[in-house]
Design a protein around this ligand. Sequence first.
Ligand code: SF4
Ligand code: SF4
Length: 179
Amino acid sequence: MSLAAMTSPLCIAGVYSQANRKQNQSHNINAKKKKISEKIQIVNGSSSIGFKGKKEDPIWKCVAGCGSCCKLDKGPSFATPEEIFQDQSDIELYKTLIGPDGWCKHYEKTTRTCTIYEERPYFCRVEPEVFEDLYGISEKRFNRDACSSCRDTIKSVYGAQSEELQRFNDAIRNSSISK
Ligand code: SF4
Ligand code: SF4
């Protein structure tokens, strides 16, 4: 969704209780994160931008007029709330956001924006800390994995040939850093 309405149950957790969260994380939680991270990579297929063979580091950015990640019920290819969250309250919060059509109740389709943007849940933020906390994805991998997650999300919502995907790829291509 537009940066103004940037969302993202691509992402999750960060703003709140990270300290408590980290204290509570145990070995089996790390194993769970690893599993989720692997699942993300499998879903993504290749995490490489791969612009015609050029070596480039993508710089993630949200694009206006997308909003794909506000479709919270994304289907079986995506990690479930139970797989992502450690806290039952997070699972419940996530589920309460899902409207009957699978989109977030706070998503305004006509403008493709979040109506509670400033107060959106922590898991609606695409940030390195969130990816680390929820998916076990290091900051070093953040841009690449966030870009891949966006692509998969956009494809699942609008299609592989969609204008939205084209615009996202164009935006990332323009923001990438050549090595
Ligand atoms: S899928 Fe990516 S580009 Fe689209 S709204 Fe979500 S964060 Fe932004
Ligand atoms: S609260 Fe809903 S509409 Fe807002 S960013 Fe999160 S998923 Fe999207």
